[in-house]
Ligand binder design. Structure first.
Ligand SMILES: [Zn+2]
Length: 297
């Protein structure tokens, strides 16, 4: 069975986020532990962190993820912005280890038209500095982008140029693939053949174990439009058939699938979007693999 869930609000505290996920029937969740528009580092006491891990297990949630703040740019020429990206991401990684969170999903930033070659050293250096002071069991997950405005990570080839320089020293870097971003950046994952060749390419470049999370979002923008605009499942240009292939793909049954859709009432991922995905599931559940709490994949 696919592991289906979504982003939930952490308003009122991280523990409230677990309640919301359970209420919606999610098996996995994602939160912003701090405001995504600010540089403030998270301050969560040890007892709350421990209660969060216990809450995941008690409610048989498969996993939880953090989404990093939106301001990070590991390619920033501005020293304050570059150091800030390293520092906030380090604090998120440290917190993720304390809370039993499976990964910190991050947009690397933008080269602002200079090209990846011009900023690659700085991006790699920043990630290594961050990882040098982060727990080895905390995962930094690079998210693919829709490809607008010089954003880094629009193709698997681009992401590989970074991971190939990190992995010899640090293995706790994985990848999160967003269906809307992949489609908008011109990767035809909306067809069965396109998805198959995408996963083949992923396997060849990284190995499937590096795929630690999927963001399941439909797209308001057209194919190859470079528009990062999420739509509810089945209401966008990807369409239900695309999600039918994804949720039933045998290689994706152990990869947490997290929706970041606007929601029917514009309140974020909801029961209706979950049910749309669940209705597509035809893959048989494997009785030899019991569903159990595994906060870390
Ligand atoms: Zn995403």
């Amino acid at each position: 069975m696919p592991i289906l869930g979504g982003h939930v609000s952490a308003a009122g505290g991280a523990l409230k986020a677990i309640d919301r996920a359970v209420e919606l029937g999610f098996a996995t969740l994602q939160i912003h532990p701090t405001s995504p528009q600010a540089w403030a580092k998270p301050a969560i006491p040890d007892d709350t962190a421990a209660a969060f891990t216990a809450g995941l297990q008690k409610n048989r949630l498969n996993s939880a993820f953090f989404h990093n703040i939106y301001l990070t740019n590991f390619a920033s020429e501005n020293q304050a912005g570059w150091h800030g990206s390293i520092e906030i991401s380090k604090s998120y990684l440290q917190l993720s280890a304390r809370m039993g969170v499976s990964g910190v999903i991050t947009h690397l930033g933008s080269h602002k038209g200079a090209g990846l070659d011009a900023v690659l050293d700085r991006v790699v250096d920043g990630i290594k500095r961050m990882l040098a002071e982060a727990p080895a069991d905390a995962y930094f997950l690079i998210e693919n982008t829709a490809g607008a405005g010089g954003t880094i990570g629009r193709t698997l080839a681009e992401i590989e140029r970074i991971t190939e320089r990190i992995w010899p020293e640090y293995q706790n870097v994985g990848i999160c693939i967003d269906s809307c971003h992949a489609f908008a950046s011109g990767i035809p994952i909306h067809t069965a053949e396109g998805l198959e060749s995408f996963l083949q390419e992923f396997q060849t470049r990284f190995g499937l174990a590096a795929l630690r999370c999927l963001h399941l979002n439909d797209s308001k923008g057209d194919f190859a439009s470079n528009k990062d605009r999420h739509e509810n499942i089945g209401d966008g240009s990807l369409g239900l058939e695309a999600f039918r292939h994804i949720v039933n793909h045998p290689k994706l049954q152990t990869v947490p699938m997290v929706m970041e859709v606007p929601g029917i009432e514009n309140k974020g991922p909801d029961r209706e979007n979950l049910q749309r995905l669940q209705a597509l599931v035809t893959v048989a559940s494997d009785p030899t693999i019991p569903f159990s709490a595994t906060p870390r994949p």
